[in-house]
Design a protein around this ligand. Sequence first.
Ligand code: TMP
Length: 211
Amino acid sequence: MTDRRGLFITFEGTDGLGKSTNLNYFSDLARQHGISIEISREPGGTPLGEEIRKMLIDSSLDSMNSMTELLLILAARASHIATKIEPALAAGNWFLCDRFSDATYAYQGGGRKIDDRIIVQLEKLTNVGLRPDFTFLFDAPPEVGLSRAINRGEPDRFEKEEMDFYRRVRSAYLELAKKNPEYKLLIDATQSIPAIQKILKKQFNLLLSSW
Ligand code: TMP
């Protein structure tokens, strides 16, 4: 337990670009430095959120309307923030999350073409002002990630989307990377694992020294 609020760090990008592997590498680094870490993912992260996640990725529900999708994602997020993220940060733990709000601007905003202003308004209700302290944004042409994701098994409802959807998601992510660059790091996900880990390590040291 520490008096300092923990750091909230998110890992973003289109599917299959190694976010989870890199998140695990980063968490090992932090643990080696004695930091208490909590790891989670979105959609999901709580028992309720994981139930919502099942509905969201269920490919038999491919007729799900975009607004239903957005509201389900935000409903899961509201529960995640209230019951897991905020308590962890208040206890001084670092909270590492595989996707958060940027994914909503990229997938529902860019991919599904929901007006960003709607997402901004709804987020005021669900996110209660919570923003990540830092975001790693993994980037590569969507073909690269999707072929990896699909090799992992039956594609889920998102992985079944056409390439144009993923191109829009990627451009939305790239736009987000330009905003507040001091809090976001764009990483070329086609690099080797050691090259990416070197970048993560450098950023970890910077975050630790300013915490
Ligand atoms: P995952 O496979 O990376 O865990 O995420 C499941 C899917 O959920 C992924 O294809 C992206 C999608 N998603 C959104 O569409 N909007 C969001 O806000 C989040 C967090 C995820």
